[in-house]
Ligand binder design. Structure first.
Ligand code: MN
Length: 252
């Protein structure tokens, strides 16, 4: 490694530590998950729900640079390869030898309680990021038929949905996620959760539902490119939403 490469690597590691001490601490620990960068077999939500320990880091369904300039290559590399990977490793370590080791990911998220801090943070981290990668696409899309109708029915219009979702995402204090969810009765609603919580965590969140779209508003998701301008990151997020995938989740 030459000096320049070292400096670059060292500064990236520092950024990782600043932005997410939780997973950055993990990068030097044992690597129990497998990364297959060549794999195109990305876990779908149903597939994701049925997966059990040991969990693996799913490959991105596009190139790291595919979402640029809306989400830049370096952010994607660090976010996927360091942050998400860290959650996967820590999740596997946290559930080893516990009741969670025989449960699938959905069962884990639905059953965790107040005292399961490590599984909560890292199980949430693994699920949320897996859903997030698949929520994005380099193809500029618009909401497709069924979902478009549902957004209009439940929010008034696509623009009204967008405004409400943007407000929710901007309003997250500190680190967390904004969600578009489907409730048990099929209605859509917008909510947000702190840290790596999500609306599947029945015992921990106020509003439960199945997430069909999620936006990561942790600083590690945008800080390299947008610095403090979370609003700009949110606005550009709408240009890279994979609405086909959101529709698929809506219909499931
Ligand atoms: Mn993240």
């Amino acid at each position: 490694m030459d000096k320049r490469t070292f400096l670059k690597t060292a500064s990236l590691a520092t950024i990782g530590i600043i932005l997410n001490p939780l997973s950055a601490c993990d990068s030097s620990n044992k690597d129990t998950s497998k990364v297959n960068a060549d794999s195109t077999a990305v876990a779908t939500e149903n597939g994701l729900f049925t997966l059990k320990s040991p969990f693996e880091l799913p490959a991105l369904p596009y190139e790291f640079a595919a979402l640029a300039p809306n989400i830049d290559k370096q952010t994607m590399e660090i976010h996927h390869g360091k942050h998400h990977h860290g959650y996967v490793n820590k999740l596997n370590a946290a559930i080893e030898g516990t009741k969670f080791s025989t449960q699938n990911l959905r069962e884990i998220l639905e059953s965790i309680g107040d005292n399961d801090t490590a599984v909560r943070n890292n199980g949430g981290g693994h699920y949320n990021h897996s859903l997030f990668w698949e929520s994005l696409s380099p193809k500029n899309q618009v909401p497709t038929e069924n979902l478009k109708s549902a957004l209009e029915k439940d929010f008034g219009s696509y623009e009204a949905f967008k405004k409400a979702f943007t407000e929710e995402a901007k309003g997250v204090f500190g680190s967390g996620w904004a969600w578009l969810c489907k409730a048990g009765d099929g209605k859509l609603f917008i909510t947000s959760t702190p840290n790596q919580d999500n609306p599947l965590m029945k015992n921990l969140v106020d509003e439960t539902g199945t997430p069909i779209l999620g936006l990561d508003v942790w600083e590690h998701a945008y800080y390299l490119n947008y610095q403090n301008k979370r609003g700009d990151y949110i606005e550009n997020f709408y240009k890279v939403i994979n609405w086909e995938k959101v529709e698929e989740r809506f219909k499931a």
